[in-house]
Design a protein. Structure first.
Length: 88
């Protein structure tokens, strides 16, 4: 199966495991901490004028704790499947 990660292949073959993972993710993302995190990023996106306009930008957390505008691809690819950064 070309173009699929090992985990995608695993969950395709094991629907019960996928159900468990989806149930976990649902409860995890409903926690007060995750909601607060999302609210902060959405608010920053709105203030930066990039929320929902399709410009391909996200607000990204820096090491100093600040939020900066960055391309979605770079921001979301940073924590690769092995945990290493894609940027050197």
């Amino acid at each position: 199966m070309k173009g699929k990660s090992k985990s995608a292949i695993y969950f395709q073959k094991n629907p019960e495991a996928r159900k468990r993972k989806n149930a976990y993710n649902t409860s995890y993302h409903a926690t007060p901490e995750r909601k607060k995190y999302r609210v902060r990023l959405n608010k920053a996106n709105r203030q930066a004028g990039t929320y929902g306009n399709g410009d391909g930008k996200d607000m990204s957390h820096t090491k100093s704790g600040k939020l900066v505008k960055e391309s979605q691809a770079a921001n979301r690819a940073r924590n690769g499947k092995d945990g290493s950064s894609s940027k050197k």
